[in-house]
Design a protein around this ligand. Structure first.
Ligand SMILES: O=P(O)(O)OC[C@H]1O[C@H](OP(=O)(O)OP(=O)(O)O)[C@H](O)[C@@H]1O
Ligand code: HPA
Length: 184
């Protein structure tokens, strides 16, 4: 146990903070304004993508001051690993989706397979429109071809990130900033 704590504390100490709390708050304010402009008269169903979307969803939701509903989906393709695999569907939303305007919120748009598949699933359920939002977009050329989130907070370099919803081996989702693992 102590070994794990030491390992994780060292990892955090050596990591680079790429986006601090203050920067995150201004990014969230801007995203919330854009979302409000587009969706405030649509009574959207907001979908949190668990687990990574939990903190970004909460932060955006408290900035959205118009009628909306909330539900969640749980799909994961990284698990405890740092490389993605097949998407596993762990929970589907229970709300009525047919004809709805949906806003899906996640922490990161990396290769994009997760959001692409989630978006397609909502369309298959009869959603009228599916908007997507992520706090960060990792910049590289390994993206899916046909989609990009409608709302992106900030572009980040191609390194392994953690904090603000994103985990390192299941840890550090709780950090109020975004960090990159040393040497990644
Ligand atoms: O753009 P992609 O390459 O598909 O990666 C992005 C996805 O990966 C992470 O989820 P993960 O599978 O780690 O599950 P988690 O949210 O429970 O951490 C993250 O929360 C996104 O959902
Ligand atoms: O860089 C990342 N960090 C944590 N989770 C992730 N899921 C996709 N990319 C990442």
């Amino acid at each position: 146990m102590n070994d794990k704590i030491n390992e994780l504390n060292t990892l955090l100490k050596e990591a680079d903070c790429l986006i601090n709390t203050e920067q995150l708050h201004s990014v969230l304010d801007i995203m919330a304004k854009q979302i409000t402009n587009d969706l405030s008269d649509k009574i959207p169903l907001v979908i949190c993508v668990m687990n990574g979307g939990l903190i970004p969803s909460a932060a955006l939701l408290e900035r959205l001051h118009f009628p909306l509903e909330l539900d969640y989906i749980h799909a994961t393709r990284y698990g405890m690993k740092t490389e993605g695999n097949t998407l596993k569907w762990l929970h589907y939303p229970q709300s009525e989706l047919n004809g709805r305007e949906i806003l899906v919120i996640d922490d990161i748009f990396d290769q994009g397979h997760t959001l692409e598949a989630i978006k397609e699933w909502f369309h298959d359920q009869g959603a009228k429109e599916v908007y997507t939002a992520t706090i960060v977009n990792k910049v590289h050329n390994r993206k899916v071809e046909n989609m990009r989130p409608d709302y992106i907070g900030i572009d980040v370099e191609d390194r392994f990130l953690f904090g603000y919803g994103m985990d390192y081996q299941g840890f550090f989702r709780n950090l109020p900033g975004i960090y990159a693992v040393k040497g990644s």
